[in-house]
Design a protein around this ligand. Structure first.
Ligand code: GLN
Length: 251
């Protein structure tokens, strides 16, 4: 990696409906707080995706924006792959996450090809999934509980060789008990928030991966308070939901 951490915000004009741009700001801030020079490179939908960045960010979007984003991403597939092989990372949220897979079935029934970076398919669900999410990552990842907000119609099925980002504790994530995908240099998730603002450990995970360094912890008092509040809110809702379902089954 060159001395400046280059964070590519891919297609913020198409993919960034739920404040996902904040992920770039959080990464730059947390890198700079460790004395690492950081630059956010905005790549709009008319530009080609540069190969020279360290962290690539894809956000969420509605189906029409997602169709527009898919074409450019497919064209950039080999640059993205070369960059990942050279040690870069990609963090993709919701629509962006879905586009990393083989295909996405939109609500109107049309099928969109993804870039097949991850072996997974996304089908259209019968309802929209909206609400708070809590994810428990695998112990091996070293990541804490993750908090976020989801709003999507798609249901994502990972292929047998892929591992999720974590188990869903509250909310729905991929729609089958897990959320996202996690493998060397590739993280996908349904978490908006923006996810890296709510989960600084995830931001640090990405920075540490691409800089190949161990990062000094930062004082995250305010974020910690916010995380506590969000996690408590989600588990309360989860408990209420469980009670309601139990009562439904009884009745
Ligand atoms: N259009 C996609 C879906 O509904 C993604 C939505 C999103 O990015 N929030 O599943």
């Amino acid at each position: 990696m060159e001395s400046t951490l280059r964070i590519a915000l891919i297609y913020p004009d198409l993919l960034g409906t739920y404040g996902d741009r904040g992920n770039a700001l959080v990464l730059a801030h947390r890198a700079r707080a460790r004395g690492i020079t950081a630059e956010v490179v905005e790549v709009d939908a008319r530009s080609s995706i540069p190969e020279s960045c360290d962290i690539y960010l894809l956000g969420g979007g509605e189906d029409a924006a997602q169709v527009a984003a898919a074409e450019g991403l497919r064209l950039a597939k080999s640059s993205i792959e070369r960059s990942l092989t050279a040690g870069s990372a990609i963090f993709a949220v919701c629509a962006g996450f879905q586009l990393l897979g083989n295909s996405y079935a939109a609500a109107d029934g049309s099928e969109l090809q993804g870039i097949s970076l991850v072996d997974m398919v996304t089908t259209a669900g019968s309802d929209r999934i909206i609400g708070e999410v809590v994810i428990e990552p695998s112990q091996a990842s070293g990541l804490p509980l993750l908090t976020g907000f989801e709003n999507h119609g798609g249901r994502t099925l990972l292929g047998p060789g892929e591992a999720p980002l974590g188990r869903v504790i509250a909310g729905r994530g991929n729609g089958n008990g897990v959320d996202g995908v996690l493998r060397d240099g590739v993280i996908g998730t349904y978490l908006h928030g923006p996810a890296l603002a709510r989960n600084p450990a995830l931001a640090d995970y990405l920075i540490a991966y691409v800089t190949k360094s161990v990062l000094e912890p930062l004082a995250d008092t305010l974020v910690d308070q916010y995380r506590k509040e969000r996690l408590a809110f989600a588990s309360l809702r989860g408990a209420k939901l469980k009670r309601a379902t139990r009562n439904l089954h009884r009745g």
